[in-house]
Each structure stands twice: as C-alpha cells, then as structure tokens.
Design a protein around this ligand. Sequence first.
Ligand code: GDP
Ligand code: GDP
Length: 455
Amino acid sequence: EAEWELSADGEMVEGSEEAALPQPVLAVVGRPNVGKSTLVNRILGRREAVVQDIPGVTRDRVAYDALWNGRKFTVVDTGGWEPDATGLQGAVAAQAELAMSASDAVLLVVDATVGATATDDAVARVLRRSDRPVLVAANKVDSERAMAEVHQLWSLGLGEPLPVSGLHGRGSGDLLDAVLAALPESPRDLVGHGGGGPRRVALVGKPNVGKSSLLNKLAGEQRVVVDSVAGTTVDPVDELIELDGEIWKFVDTAGLRKRVNTASGTEYYASLRTKAAIEAAEVVAVLLDASEPITEQDLRVITDIVEAGRALVLAFNKWDLVDEDRRTQLTRELDRGLVRVPWAEHVNVSARTGRAVAKLAPALRKALDSWDTRVPTGQLNAWLNELIQATPPPVRGGKQPRVLFATQAQTRPPTVVLFTTGFLEAGYRRFLERRFRETFGFAGSPIRFSIRVRE
Ligand code: GDP
Ligand code: GDP
C-alpha cells in the first residue's frame, strides 16, 4: 500500500504523516440480492439521495457519509465493483479483495433466509485473511422466527453473525454499534477555527508594498476595543478591525505598525515573520505593488500560502499609479506568474486613495467560504463516476487503473482523497482537479488531492 499526494505543482510526492486521513471507511460486500443496498440505505437513514435502482443497470460505485452516535464514517457499497467474466464466485471474491484494501472495516452481508452459499464461503475465505476487522450481517431477519437460521452463519468463520433486517430496521442499531466499535476513531479537523471568534487574516507582502498604509486605511478611526468582543483573546500583536459589518482579527500586525527597517540582515527575519503570520491566519491577503513588475519574492510568498493551505486573496495595491500600458503589462505578468493560483480572489485597491478597499472584506469572506466547504461524499462520487465513465484514466503499463471512490476528508483546506487501484498519470490527476473546480468552484481556496493507491 502506497500513499501519495499532489504537491502544489501537481507533482505526485510521497504522502507525509500529515496527509489527510479520511473519515474511516466501511465497505459493504456480498452476493447480489442479499440486501446490500437496502442495508446501506438503512445505515444512512436515507439522508443522502441514493442512486436509483433501475433493474438491468449496473450500479455505480457509490460512497456516502454516514453518522451514528455522533461519529462520522464513509459507507461504500461495492456493488459496482464486480468485474464481469470471472463468474459470480470470482467476481465477489475480487470485490472483497478490493474492499479489504480500500477500507478500514468490512461488512459482509449474507441472506440468512438462504444460509451460507458456496459464494458466501468463497468470500469468507478471502475475508478471513483480512487484517481489517470483518463483521457479518445476517440480513433479512425480519422476525424472531427467522433468528433460528442465524447461528448457522458461524460456519463462515468470521465470528458472531449479527442479525438484522435492512428492510424493517430490526437489529440495525446493534449492527451500527458493532460497526463503530470496529472502525478506528475519525481524525479531527487539523486547523480548527475555535468556534465563533473573528476570522483570522494576515496581511503580507514585500517591504514598501503598502501594508501599513492599507492597515491604517482599513482600521480608520473605528479602532475596535478589544474588551467589547466577548470571549475573544487578542494577542498584543494582533488587531481587531471591523470591515463590512464583521469583526476580523488581523494577525501579527505589530510588525506592520512599527516601521521595521529594511537594512540588510532583517530580510531573513521579515520572511520568518511572514511565515508565522501565514500559519496563524485562516486567510491571507497578499499585497502586490501593481505599479511595479511582479517579483520572485511575491511569488515565493504565494507559494508559502498555498503550501500552508490557507485561503488566498491577491490585493493589487497602488492602483492609482496604474495606467493603461501598465495594465496590459500586468495582465501578461499575471498570465505567466500566477498559473499556479488561477483560483485566487483578486482585488485592485489603493491604500492611498481608498479605491476599492471596501472590496477586500467580501473577497476574504468568499475565499473563507470555499476554504470551509465540504462536498458530501454522495455528491462527490456521483460527479466522479460520471466523469470517469466519460473519460477513464489512461492505461499504465498495460493496466487500467481504477478509481474506486473518493471522499473529501477535510476542509481548511479542502482535501479530497481518491482511492485507486493503480497509479494515475499526472496529467489525469490535473484533469480531475480542474474538473473538480469547474463543478464545485472553491474560489479563493487551495485544494489538496491525495491519492491512495491500493494494489
Ligand atoms: P443487493 O443486490 O445486495 O444490493 O440487494 P438489494 O438491497 O437490492 O436487495 C435485494 C432484494 O432483497 C430486494 O428485493 C430487497 O427488497 C430485499 N431485501 C433487502 N433486505 C431485506 C430484508 O431485510 N428483509 C427482506 N425480507 N427482504 C430484504
Ligand atoms: P509597507 O512597508 O508594506 O508597510 O508599506 P507602507 O505602507 O509603508 O508604504 C510604502 C510606501 O508606499 C509609502 O510611501 C506609502 O505612502 C506608499 N503607498 C502605500 N499605498 C499606496 C497606494 O495605494 N498608492 C500609492 N501611490 N502609494 C502608496
């Protein structure tokens, strides 16, 4: 098992420890008609629209968000994974193999009214080798009388069969309790926005771009009194500023207030300071001097922000100095320099004249909205299935990689994890990312794609 993630450049790098772990995944496997879909619907409480069950139409790979007792997990119905050709027994066994590698726990569904068939036995044989927990649901136990058949399913060698009726709901609570006990804890959000306080903004940019001028303009006369904002602790270096009817916390503004001298040797500290401000913020406004060519230093700061996974607004300052010629030039520079962040929000401002300064807050808000957004697993997979059917991943080394399912494991920044059976070409990964943005937007926010390759 290898884990990979896309770096900001779209290159595939080996996943770090910090690579997002999705919420735990439960794969549901079993023969056709044992009631897998019915049970999945039951687990979901039908909270998400489930793909229509049209007879004769192969069911898509589907994954959904589930919630039980306050814990979230992803349920994957493996119905659509069955490759044809090999016959039912081989197909279901192959499905079980995949399920084992792409999930944290497996639920084998068996029809208790039929008992264990040769196919069930074959699947059980595969699952007994699993290093993940495996549970057996004895489905279609609609009444007490049907309980009599359940004990026979001990023969599968996978422990105690759990009686359930997907159709009527009987026993489903106990089944879900057992599922939760088997799944690992779900990871928490890494960058929490400690519930309700002001959103944290960093104002960064190279010396003399106009940071302190803009801060003064924004703060105006209405300096917010710290004590007036209940339950908020403000570091002495931070500043609360009301913009557009909302209070924002501008982090690490002390350095902007004091005129830091730009003599040699201080640049290193200035860059450390910038990094710290980026880390402390949720959204970063990068000031660029629109009257001068974009510099390496500007691009470096933008890279730092993308790598830190923060929402991003590009504020082109000194717009009062921009004439028609400079404007044309700037457009060319942007096309060349900002190819990595076509999704960033832009505002053209002048700290001197106050031009368009009021547009900053809406841009910050829009970027943060994207940064906070999560596409539900069901919706994500419906989109993914359609896309992959129209444009399958290119064959690599004679093998067709398969994308099994995806889940957005995290927000802040949005992080999508794709589960695949093979390596995806860099070009194809970029294609997926581009289409993802076309469909779901996420203006102003970086997105991380991480790929879990299971062989
Ligand atoms: P899948 O192919 O494994 O996904 O099975 P489905 O969920 O499509 O169910 C197959 C058939 O079994 C359907 O006609 C369901 O209504 C029926 N079924 C599913 N669960 C139960 C159950 O708990 N009790 C009974 N009596 N029928 C069920
Ligand atoms: P900082 O080093 O990024 O904090 O930049 P400052 O706010 O100290 O500004 C550097 C210089 O640029 C000062 O002389 C400002 O008056 C000037 N400046 C800042 N914003 C603007 C602007 O929008 N237009 C013009 N023409 N000059 C500006």
